[in-house]
Design a protein around this ligand. Structure first.
Ligand code: PEP
Ligand code: MN
Length: 338
């Protein structure tokens, strides 16, 4: 529930309400607005309902919150969260263009990709070291070797690195070489993995599950933030529907729905959403128009020979043109590309 204090409520009154909430084993999160303080109470609903908070001095009203996510919702945290990675900002008016290959294959490939991202004004480099593949016979990624190549690409270009974690046992290695931990669509409800990345010091990019509702997605983010890591970036990457014209169906309405309900930055991945390079630009423009805080795009120096997701990847030349067009619309909406 949410306790809204009167304008001018004193620090003592706020502290008293916090103490009453904590006395029943719940936690209290104070948000000091310009005019009023709001205290979010998180804990057992029944226990909290038994505390007569309306009767406490300084309390204006108590509002029951039906939404199950509290930490990622806007009620207690009305302002946009800005995630910062090595000086690159994401969220609010900061838009990020994150690009790179599906998976890291060779030193030459990742270096070429990184240079192309940097040359086009991209914000960060993506690349998979540990790949979630539907087939156990498909290329599974180069693991730690790939992380080292990504770190070398960062050393040369300055681009922060985004890469996926599938197994908590790889977290320390990943943190040694990369900057943002991606939790992929298939692991969106791997709750132990979520809790583990919730305790790590790096920002987490959380993709929406293939068949997850927006509420389930936000609850997954809640798992991470609950452990203390507030630096979470959401990414809509298409959901499974009956439609077969595209690999998945980009739920573009998820962008404004989440932006209204949640303070975390929201990205769109048009590559996995469509599986088609010719749809990457139009859907990225749609994402910008819908209020997204960035895009995550697959780009490969030689898509034809990619070991993973080549058919949906942009070439470096196509990416340069793409980044230009996306950048124009971003600026038109009043945002800046980080
Ligand atoms: C990826 O970004 O490389 C990836 C595997 O994406 P998703 O988890 O959305 O399928
Ligand atoms: Mn991919």
């Amino acid at each position: 529930m949410m306790v809204i204090m009167h304008e001018g409520a004193t620090d003592e009154q706020i502290a008293h309400v916090v103490a009453r909430i904590e006395a029943v084993g719940a936690s209290a999160h104070v948000s000091l607005g310009e005019r009023v303080a709001v205290i979010g109470a998180i804990g057992d609903r029944e226990e909290l309902a038994g505390v007569p908070l309306e009767a406490c001095a300084g309390v204006d009203r108590v509002v029951a919150i039906l939404k199950p996510y509290k930490l990622v919702g806007r009620e207690f945290h009305p302002h946009d969260t800005i995630v910062e990675v090595r000086g690159v900002k994401l969220g609010g008016d900061h838009f990020a263009v994150i690009a790179g290959p599906c998976s890291v294959e060779t030193e030459e490939q990742v270096m070429e990709a990184a240079r192309a991202v940097a040359a086009a004004g991209g914000s960060m480099l993506r690349g998979g070291a540990f790949k979630p593949r539907s087939s156990p016979y498909a290329f599974q990624g180069l693991g730690i070797e790939a992380l080292k190549l990504l770190a070398a690409a960062r050393d040369e270009t300055g681009l922060p690195i985004v890469t996926e974690l599938m197994d908590p046992r790889d977290l320390d290695d990943l943190l040694e070489y990369a900057d943002v931990v991606q939790v992929g669509a298939r692991n969106m409800q791997n709750f132990q993995l979520l809790a583990e990345v919730g305790r790590c010091p790096a920002p987490v990019l959380l993709k929406r599950g293939l068949a997850a509702t927006i509420e389930e997605w936000l609850m997954a983010a809640e798992y991470i933030v609950k452990e203390g890591n507030t630096q979470v970036i959401l990414c809509e990457r298409g959901i499974r529907t009956f439609e077969t014209a595209t690999r998945n169906t980009l739920d573009i309405s998820a962008v404004p729905v989440v932006r209204l309900a949640c303070h975390l930055p929201v990205l769109v991945d048009p590559s996995h959403a469509t599986g088609r390079p010719d749809l990457v630009l139009p859907l990225s423009l749609a994402a910008v128009a819908a209020g997204a805080n960035g895009v995550l795009v697959e780009m490969h120096p030689n898509p034809e020979h990619a070991l993973c997701d080549g058919p949906q990847s942009l070439s470096p030349v196509a990416f340069a043109e793409y980044a230009e067009r996306v950048g124009e619309l971003v600026r038109w909406t009043g945002k800046t590309v980080s």
